[in-house]
Design a binder for this molecule. Structure first.
Ligand code: GUN
Ligand code: ZN
Length: 482
């Protein structure tokens, strides 16, 4: 197999893995900076020097370039770009979505990508606009699928082909596309046509379509999110199981004088300080960058540093099992990101099936933490406990007469026998003073225990402060106060 993916660590649906393309291997999650050979703001060699293992460029631009076409065919892309890592090429699809047509066929672009020695080839898929109606989306998806099948048939099972998942804004079409791409045997699957969603801050829609595609793609597939380049959304999209990002954003933002941070962008014109530890920011003042003839290049370098550092932070969070905390932090940078994050937490039952069993810690960060995968999983596990006949769930931990078993209570998880005190998530969770949302969620755990053990009588011992919430959430159980 020319392309292979291996997951080494995982957290939520995110993975730290290895993508092997021919004889080259890169670490994931990864960002593939977009290289335009005509605008060498930052050279591929410099980018390599920043620790980047893979880049993406546009085969259509090369094929139309008087300057580079023949050289690329003769010497290969790696020589022309002076980059020895993985080079992925996009077809003319993006131009197709912007200009409405391209003067190249599916087989022509793929043959060209092969001939210039690209490491990963992309067929001429159709990025359907999110504004398209269902009929148009279905018709365009059918054409994309024909082209993917044609690509596989023409170039064989070992060709390093990407299989883009389209389907516009319709979750069932994204599911269908994911299944069809998987059935054709593509191990590398970009989720396409999401750029307009990200440009319009439609993160709920982004979560909906990515989750839909992931439902039918096999876990062994490496998933690329086409055109995702702002570091504020890498954590959210990694949590859903996206492994690769590509973007021209570092350069496009620089062109517009915009300075990226992990929680949003600033206009360089408005900055009096440079809140970043990169080489550019520590050796220049904001004013110096503004007045430099190298302004665009300096901004592009900074933007790349921020983007690459965020990928490193995400990889570390996956190894540690702290990706939810990072997602929570990043998604407070914009209300629409928060909306996307809330939608993702509502998908916790689906994510729970792939999330890991044990993590370094669980930090409670507010209401959104109540429906995290760890909470849902813990509450599902309660059905497997063997409580006694007459159980007290003691909020204050104190014993009372007349019970054959005492469970303690830790919100937002719920009841636990003291033997689990040191185990994940009970022992490794840090919560502030109890609030209503977490106690309510914990009570759902008590209800899950009661519902799954009708042979046990469960009584709750709590202070008056929590009595009404307990009675609302666990009706049918006895409540002792004081
Ligand atoms: N770049 C951004 N979105 C897309 C897409 O949907 N398909 C391709 N091939 N390239 C893209
Ligand atoms: Zn910087």
């Amino acid at each position: 197999m020319a392309i292979a993916f291996e997951s080494l660590y995982s957290d939520i649906a995110g993975r730290c893995g290895k993508l092997t393309v021919g004889r080259k291997t890169i670490k994931t999650p990864a960002l593939l900076p977009v290289i335009n050979p005509h605008l060498n703001l930052v050279t591929p060699k410099e980018i390599r020097g920043m620790g980047v293992e893979a880049i993406i460029t546009n085969a259509y631009i090369f094929s139309q370039s008087k300057q580079y076409r023949e050289q690329a065919l003769l010497e290969g892309l790696h020589k022309v770009l002076d980059f020895d890592g993985v080079i992925m090429t996009d077809s003319g699809s993006f131009q197709l979505s912007v200009y409405g047509q391209v003067s190249v066929s599916n087989i022509e672009t793929l043959s060209f990508q092969r001939d210039i020695q690209s490491d990963i080839w992309v067929p001429l898929d159709i990025p359907t606009s999110p504004a398209s109606d269902r009929k148009t989306t279905e018709r365009e998806l059918a054409i994309t699928m024909e082209r993917l099948a044609e690509a596989r048939e023409t170039f064989g099972p070992d060709a390093p082909l990407a299989g883009p998942v389209q389907g516009g804004i319709f979750p069932d079409l994204r599911e269908e596309a994911g299944k069809a791409v998987a059935d054709l045997g593509f191990p590398f699957c970009p989720v396409g046509a999401v750029v307009p969603l990200m440009e319009q801050y439609r993160y709920r829609d982004l979560v909906t379509v990515v989750m839909a595609a992931k439902r039918t793609l096999p876990r062994s597939a490496c998933v690329h999110l086409f055109g995702a380049g702002h570091p504020s959304m890498f954590a959210l999209t990694t949590a859903m199981g996206c492994d690769l990002f590509d973007s021209a954003a570092y350069a496009l933002y620089a062109k517009e004088g915009r300075y990226m941070t992990t929680h949003g962008s600033y206009k360089l014109a408005e900055l009096t300080e440079l809140p970043c530890a990169c080489g550019v920011c520590r050796t220049h003042s904001a004013e110096e960058i503004r007045s430099s003839p190298q302004r665009e290049r300096l901004l592009a370098l900074h933007n790349l540093h921020v983007t690459i550092a965020e990928i490193a932070r995400i990889r570390q969070a996956i190894v540690d099992g702290t990706l939810w905390e990072l997602v929570d932090e990043r998604c407070r940078g914009h209300p629409q990101l928060l909306a996307g994050y809330r939608l993702l937490t509502s998908e916790a039952p689906a994510l729970d099936r792939v999330d890991r069993v044990s993590k370094r810690r669980f930090f409670y960060r507010g209401d959104e933490s109540c429906t995290r995968t760890e909470v849902i999983r813990y509450q599902e596990m309660l059905a497997r406990f063997r409580p006694g006949e007459n159980v007290l769930v003691a909020f204050d931990g104190g014993a009372r007469e007349g019970f054959d078993e005492i469970y303690l209570f830790k919100p937002p998880f719920g009841p636990f026998p003291k033997e689990l005190k040191e185990t994940f998530p009970i022992g490794q969770s840090e919560i502030p003073e109890w609030d209503e949302a977490m106690v309510r969620q914990g009570c759902r755990g008590i209800r899950a225990l009661a519902d799954s053990h009708p042979e046990s009588t469960i009584t709750i011992g709590c202070s008056r402060r929590w009595e009404s919430i307990v009675r609302q959430e666990v009706s049918g159980c006895g409540v002792l106060t004081e």
